[in-house]
Design a binder for this molecule. Structure first.
Ligand code: 93A
Length: 527
């Protein structure tokens, strides 16, 4: 199963390590074939190399769009070496076997990430490279395919130790990697189209991405984990710069994403906002007259849970806020940017991970989200529904006051980011109590109220903040019991999607207690 390498084709955009590799091959008498730029680099090092146009008898045409797309190249890569028909075809058409292909692709991802214009991005879609990679990988019984400069060392070791040969197991592994590369490449292209054309219908694109980094472990230490990026130009956890602290863990990435997507719902020009997240659920969200006030108010909601949490801000992290944040143990801070002063303050806590995202994601932007199930992926368009865009319907005798309406919208916005069943009490742009992830809505309502009582004790307040609050339920209230529990906690206004068979029962109960209720017509399940 060992195949001796006699001819190699090198065609790389990223020229890292290519000259050294060519040298090692050349030393062993391997014939080198190459394309334009790669040819120049190898020839400049004084090595003997043949331009592919010499073997194809065809020049590179159309600005290089067609350089290796030729039967001489693909026949050389695809021929089954011990098949007499294939040998016959090689003889007839003057095709020579190519045993090693070293190929990496036009930098589509980089050009896209740099915000390249439409024609430039299109021009960076590599066609000939993936064709050769796929052909070589298919024929891994005979051909070695290298698509990553990080693999050159392992190859060279084997190649020199084994008298110019590679083992079948190695070729198989490299073939698997090669298809992962071309699949990720095409996924990136599909993702780019989706973004450029605002496509959020799952059937017009594929969910996929490129490996960004491997983590030390997954959700638990016995699980392996890696972070793949789709290339979406959405400021957040995939694009943010880590200014200090250790690499983000799997759970950090998950929680930071939840935190930043939530805080981005609050327009920075309207008010500074802060969200504190634990286990992908908010334990406090608030706006304020300043960023530091927003942080203090978010923290006040549940300062016990906030310990070791993730903090997301919708404005540039300033010194004052940083000074306040470092007083408590926090895992991650993410903000659109960080002032130099704030950086210096956070530096006092070297373990605290500080992320600068470079902007806020657009909560209304189209996009896809996915989750895995056994043997599949569940894909849907991003939940980009905004309460501001909904036609709110007052269904009770009493209409909400202007303040209640503001608090309702605030609570509903937060509720969208809380695991179902979600019940969120809010007052004056501050969460007063959050109930998350219960199997019964009444339980979520009770837990939220209980948390508010505990917070009142911690803060030394005479009454919990739920008194006189607005409350949101992310999905309809199926019975009046949930509502009654909310009223018992002190809520005077309720926002919910409506649409239950028993809506009237719920409305009657609200009227009986003089509570104002609004239907949104949109629900925000989050499971
Ligand atoms: O423009 S292409 O899609 N058409 C081709 O026929 C082709 N052959 C190789 N791109 C093609 N390549 C790519 O050129 C390789 O994938 C590699 O990224 C690059 C190497 O070009 P050069 O050797 O001229 O720097």
């Amino acid at each position: 199963d060992k195949v001796e390498i006699k001819t190699a084709l090198l065609s790389v955009f990223d020229k890292t390590g290519i000259v050294e590799l060519a040298q090692a091959l050349s030393q062993k008498g391997v014939r080198l074939l190459s394309t334009g730029g790669t040819y120049k680099a190898i020839a400049a090092a004084g090595l003997a190399v043949t331009d592919v146009s010499e073997i194809t008898g065809f020049p590179e045409i159309m600005d290089g769009r067609v350089k290796t797309l030729h039967p001489t190249v693909h026949g050389g890569l695809l021929a089954i070496r011990d098949d007499s028909d294939h040998q016959e075809a090689m003889k007839t058409h003057g095709i020579e076997a190519i045993d090693l292909a070293v190929i990496n692709l036009y930098p589509f991802e980089e050009v896209r990430a740099a915000g390249g214009d439409y024609p430039t991005t299109v021009e960076n879609i590599d066609i000939g490279g993936p064709a050769m990679i796929r052909a070589s990988a298919k024929n891994h019984a005979y051909v070695t395919i290298l698509t990553d400069p990080n693999d050159y060392a392992e190859f060279s070791e084997q190649f020199s130790a084994d008298d110019g040969k590679t083992a079948y197991a190695f070729r198989q592994r490299m073939a698997a990697k090669a298809y992962a590369r071309t699949a990720a490449y095409d996924a990136m292209i599909s993702n780019w189209f989706a973004e450029a054309l605002s496509i959020d219908t799952p059937r017009h694109r594929v969910i996929g991405g490129a490996l960004k980094e491997e983590m030390r472990y997954g959700e638990n230490p016995h699980q392996k984990a890696a972070f793949y990026v789709t290339g979406e130009r959405r400021p957040g956890v995939s694009t943010a710069a880590l200014l200090q602290g250790k690499q983000l863990s799997y759970n950090n990435i998950n929680d930071t994403d939840a935190a930043y997507e939530l805080v981005a719902e609050f327009l920075p020009e309207k008010a500074p906002a802060c969200a504190i997240i634990k286990h992908a659920n908010p334990c406090g969200v608030a706006t304020g007259s300043s960023l530091v006030e927003a942080y203090r108010r978010a923290l006040a909601c549940d300062s016990v849970s906030a310990f070791g949490g993730i903090i997301a801000l919708n404005r540039i992290l300033d010194a004052e806020t940083a000074e306040e944040i470092v007083k408590l143990f926090t895992e991650v801070i993410i903000a659109p940017d960080v002032t130099e002063e704030a950086k210096a303050i956070v530096a006092r806590k070297p373990n605290l991970r500080l992320l600068s995202a470079g902007g806020l994601p657009d909560p209304r932007a189209a996009g896809l989200t996915a989750k895995t199930v056994s043997g599949g992926l569940l894909v849907q368009s991003r939940d980009n529904g905004m309460v501001e865009d909904l036609e709110l319907k007052v269904v009770t005798k009493r209409a909400p006051t202007a303040q209640e309406l503001e608090d309702m919208k605030f609570a509903f916005k937060v509720g969208k980011h809380v695991k179902s069943n979600a019940v969120v009490y809010a007052k004056d742009g501050q969460t007063a109590g959050i109930g998350a992830g219960q199997m019964s809505r009444v339980d979520s309502a009770r837990i939220a109220a209980l948390k508010a009582e505990e917070a009142a004790k911690t803060l030394g307040l005479p009454t919990p903040m739920t008194h006189g609050s607005a409350v949101a339920s992310e999905a309809f209230l199926p019975f009046a019991d949930g509502l009654l529990s909310m009223i018992a906690a002190g809520a005077t206004a309720v926002i919910q999607p409506g649409g239950s068979m028993r809506d009237q029962e719920v409305i009657d109960a609200a009227n009986e207690h003089g509570v104002a209720m609004v239907f949104t017509g949109m629900r925000h399940f989050r499971h």
